[in-house]
Write a protein that binds this ligand. Structure first.
Ligand code: PHE
Length: 443
């Protein structure tokens, strides 16, 4: 296969994988789904799903990448034989599908960053109402989409160590520092308590509410980003002694911490505008319409400028470090399958993805539909991956982890969890998500 690349260090891999996980899902997705209600029950369910479902699955995904050394397209075939080959295609379809609208959202973030930089975020209510439609349609949206995909392509084209690792090594620490600073700033805002109360407010009935459960599942899967081959593509370059379980736990913890911290920034801000409106809206625009307005009115002057540039700068960094992992899936598959160079694979992929993303760039409704389809497919491929590693080829997991230095009993515990908790939980979650998605479409 002639792979000459590798991670510069274990930390490089963890930061790149955390970069993949931490993204618009933590900022846009969290604000959007949490704003549909559910409060503390949503947050608790999300944390449970991350720990019991996504973490074991992430370990399984890393193992498949490292043991097969193959791109996401062919890794399932190599691991499990011919009957598992469709899973490779599913990885490819879902990552291309998600990236096609992800770069559109990243474009909204870039445009808003520019407005923050120029100091013209919407100040009055009428301007705030027009803001999101103005950035999410026509030429503005297309320009954002194109720039975002090209930037993503440039990083991936530069390679694992010189592109992906280099960007995530400075981008992720910067993101954490800005986020902590913003969370402290937000806590001093007058409506902070109200925002926290909305985000963490407890209502027992929400624990069994199908919409809350479905949202928590979608949020956990999208945010950790497992089950789609992105982290698999990164794990190909892992050395055989890297402690996969510890690395997976670090990725998941960082991702969850960022999700919660981001909620502690966004909800105090939106509380200023009245949570009633937000709950009524509960839409994709939450991050890009309510927040720019909230930022504009809470913080004028230099502080306001710094806070809003930091906030949308952070959103943009989070987005690009995830987009590169999604692009790595088709790129490494083309390198592996057809033998193209990295550069050629990148350019062919981004042209294709830009075309597929055109309807999302021009129509937000379409973007929302594709998002819900891709979320359901993401959970489906996660289920198939759990079946492959947990049930069909458990030996792969045991051998790989034991070789890597994980004690045998701990490996057995992972396997047991993957089989008896993760697999049935994903199956149940998938049924609820499908039911809710269809209900949403018909209602
Ligand atoms: N986890 C990323 C986010 O939260 C999105 C993503 C999904 C990345 C799937 C890779 C794979 O925005």
């Amino acid at each position: 296969m002639g792979r000459k690349e590798s991670w510069g260090s274990g930390l490089g891999f963890v930061l790149a994988s955390a970069g993949s996980a931490v993204g618009l899902g933590n900022l846009w997705g969290f604000a959007y789904r949490a704003s549909q209600g559910g409060g503390g029950a949503f947050v608790l369910l999300y944390i449970f799903i991350v720990l019991l479902v996504c973490l074991p699955l992430l370990i399984a995904e890393m193992v498949i990448g490292r043991t097969t050394g193959s791109s996401p397209l062919t890794a399932p075939l190599k691991a499990g034989g011919k009957s598992w080959a469709p899973l490779g295609w599913l990885f490819l379809i879902v990552s291309v599908g998600i990236l096609s609208y992800y770069v559109v959202l990243m474009g909204y973030a870039g445009t808003t960053l520019l407005h923050a930089f120029l100091g013209d975020l919407p100040l009055d209510k009428a301007a705030a109402g027009d803001y999101f439609p103005s950035i999410s349609s026509g030429g503005v949206s297309l320009r954002g989409q194109l720039l975002s995909i090209v930037l993503t392509g440039v990083v991936v084209g530069a390679g694992i160590r010189r592109g992906i690792e280099r960007l995530t090594k400075w981008g992720m620490p910067l993101l954490f520092i800005m986020l902590i600073g913003l969370a402290i700033w937000a806590s001093s805002q007058p409506n902070a308590q109200e925002g926290y109360a909305f985000l963490f407010g407890w209502d027992w009935s929400k624990l069994t509410d199908p919409q809350t459960i479905s949202n928590a599942f979608k949020q956990a899967f999208f945010s950790v980003g497992t089950g789609i081959g992105a982290i698999l593509a990164y794990s190909i370059y892992l050395n055989s002694k890297s402690p996969i379980p510890g690395e997976a736990a670090a990725v998941v913890s960082l991702d969850t911490a960022v999700g919660l911290l981001a909620g502690c920034v966004t909800f105090p801000l939106v509380a200023i505008l009245g949570l009633g409106d937000l709950v009524g809206e509960g839409s994709v625009g939450t991050l890009f319409s309510t927040l720019p307005h909230g930022l504009a009115i809470t913080s004028l002057g230099l502080t306001g400028w710094v806070v809003s540039v930091c906030f949308f700068g952070l959103v943009f960094i989070a987005a690009i470090t995830s987009a590169i992992s999604l692009l790595e899936v088709p790129v490494s598959s083309l390198i592996d399958q057809i033998g193209w160079s990295r550069q050629k694979s990148v350019w062919v992929s981004i042209i294709l993805i830009a075309c597929i993303g055109l309807p999302s760039a021009l129509d937000v409704e379409f973007l929302v539909k594709i998002d819900s389809i891709m979320n359901a497919l993401l959970i489906t491929s996660g289920l198939i991956l759990a079946l492959l590693v947990g049930w069909s080829k458990p030996k792969l997991l045991i051998e790989d982890l034991t070789n890597g230095g994980t004690p045998r009993e701990r490996t057995n515990t992972f396997l047991w969890t993957l089989r008896w908790i993760t697999t049935p939980a994903i199956a149940l979650g998938l049924v609820i998500v499908l039911e809710e998605t269809l209900r949403g479409w018909s209602g």
